[in-house]
Unconditional design. Structure first.
Length: 245
């Protein structure tokens, strides 16, 4: 596929396989562990995969090589799939970090691809939803199923990395926005909340799913309120860029 749409299309395939792996790991873990462990695993994955893109953005900005950054992210995802044979929870955490890198690298690459087609962002985003759904529905499959997924992952990665990547212009003077600081702080707060820290009164491992859900909902509301208040405060004092003059 020799066109401006080749790289975005291949990234869409890779994104689909990436979320396919994540969906399978989460579903498989949920079928073999308690409801509370499953909720915790899902919460931590989502925090790492999405809030984790904020600190990784500054790693990419500092590093500057978009293709190498992408390769490292895919390598981590492959490691996560292999780790599933040894420790499912650890595999989910590594997959969360890898997913953050893949989402960041893929979306950045596609936005930098010059084309008149406005559908490029959608070419990356939509396949991920489909992949996550397929992975989740196949959670009951035996772990050997992962070898087939890894094979597809390697093929998708080969298609992506054989293409020429757009030039990523790193900005050494980039500053962290107040919103990004607030989101990162919220993420750290939720990470602590879902961990087994006694001060948060985490429900016992045998607590019913409904009680655990209420607990996490209350924690999310509380931390989100802190986020909102922080953003309002930083806007109020006109400090939307840390370190700005």
């Amino acid at each position: 596929m020799k066109s401006k749409l080749a790289l975005p299309a291949y990234w869409g395939i890779l994104h689909s396989v990436s979320d396919w792996v994540a969906g399978y790991l989460l579903a498989s873990y949920a079928l073999t562990n308690s409801s509370q462990h499953s909720i915790t695993a899902l919460g931590l994955y989502l925090l790492l995969a999405f809030a984790g893109q904020i600190p990784l953005k500054f790693v990419l900005n500092r590093f500057g090589n978009l293709k190498v950054f992408s390769i490292i992210s895919v390598f981590l995802l492959t490691m996560a799939a292999q780790l599933a044979f040894l420790h499912g929870f650890a595999a989910i955490l590594v997959a969360g970090i890898a997913s953050a890198g893949i989402h960041l690298a893929g979306s950045t690459t596609n936005l930098l691809c010059k084309s008149d087609r406005k559908s490029i962002p959608g070419m990356f985003a939509f396949p991920g939803v489909a992949g996550f759904a397929i992975g989740g529905l196949s959670g009951a499959m035996p772990q050997m199923y992962l070898y087939g997924v890894i094979t597809v992952l390697v093929i998708a990665a080969t298609l992506v990395f054989k293409e020429q990547f757009p030039v990523y212009r790193q900005n050494s003077h980039s500053r962290i926005s107040a919103l990004e600081v607030a989101i990162t702080s919220m993420s750290l707060g939720v990470l602590v909340a879902v961990s087994k820290v006694p001060v948060f009164g985490l429900p016992d491992i045998n607590t019913e799913l409904a009680n655990a859900t209420v607990y996490y909902l209350l924690v999310t509301i509380a931390v989100s309120g802190m986020l909102f208040a922080t953003v309002l405060l930083l806007n109020r004092i006109n400090w939307m860029r840390l370190g700005s003059k």
